[in-house]
Ligand binder design. Sequence first.
Ligand code: NAD
Ligand code: IPM
Ligand code: MN
Length: 359
Amino acid sequence: MAKKHILVVPGDGIGAEVTTVGKQVLEVIAQKFGHEFTYDEALIGHVAIEASGSPLPDETLTKMRAADAVLFGAVGHPKYDNDPSAKVRPEQGLLKMRKELGLYANLRPIKLFDELLGASSIKPEILRGADILFFRELTGDVYFGKRERIDEGNTAYDTMIYSKYEVERITRKAFEAARTRSKRLCSVDKANVLESSRLWREVVQALAPEYPDVTVEHQFIDAAAMLLIKDPKRFDVVVTGNLFGDILTDEASQIAGSMGMLASASVGDNTGVYEPIHGSAHDITGKGVANPMASVLSVALMLDISFGLKAEAEAVVNAIDGVLKAGYRTRDIADTTTPSELLLGTEAIGQKILEQLSN
Ligand code: NAD
Ligand code: IPM
Ligand code: MN
């Protein structure tokens, strides 16, 4: 029996809708497998700014450090998206959390469920069998470099910066993962132009001899973005920087069918944070139509990576598979052939997942 304390941090927009389902899944897993999970909740993002003035209150950070894992929703609000001059912003809370908790490795698996072959705009024969694991560096790069407005506000810069140790620790994780998969690693950079990318490539090249069983290739970010859609199966494990990884994985969501299908694990020196790759999705907030599967699959990653509960993680993934096999769809993964009685909202598809799990 495992005893774990989980902090749920729903954040903004659809964050609350999808983490509600994620937490219900944890409750059923605890019951079914005889574990004791306890929960607490904390604020981040816009809701935290409204309540306390800070996008990441100290109380939230303290609770995060004390938890065995964090189930995170999303942050963001249109109020700030449309106001570039806002000094305090929801996203600052997310970035501070990643930095403070030392979450330097963001694992983003791109797993295509066979049932969703038709949900993508990419041809099924190109997609079938695609299975990619991204290692996105999460605490460096242009996200955390020096930035400034100069020239009386008429000029702005952000610094893309990487140190050797930062590249080395994420690359090692990617090499280790490649060893357990098809032994292929692709490193993505822009070394033909950027100095920080030349350092990145140098570090990856220097590590490669330590993993002689892994075949390494390097791609430039522009070509990688093209190849990902042209032939997703050519990729297995991909390692890349913070910004390139952010963009490539939103693109890769179209391999899995929807942003609502992609989970992630942010791990490093401290508590692991499990979060969908999607945002607060203002366009559908409050409508009850958000796909909760990314949050549920994030729970599966938590069970596996933070708690070492492999069978439990597998049960969660199988429950999603079962619901998809039964034909149930949320709007984002439905197509013209989906009968209306199988088209479900967040809560209803959540119930189907729980039923599958309880079987
Ligand atoms: P988004 O990921 O919120 O939404 C992009 C599109 O995907 C939208 O059309 C949305 O409806 C759809 N979508 C996303 N998740 C879905 C789900 N679970 N089910 C069904 N459809 C889903 O990105 P955006 O619109 O560019 O950003 C909105 C806000 O979210 C911004 O404020 C942004 O800063 C923030 N954001 C936060 C995170 C995060 O917290 N990790 C990630 C990305 C964006
Ligand atoms: C993500 C998001 C964040 C990022 C934003 C909201 C800061 O897009 O988690 O992918 O760029 O890392
Ligand atoms: Mn993103």
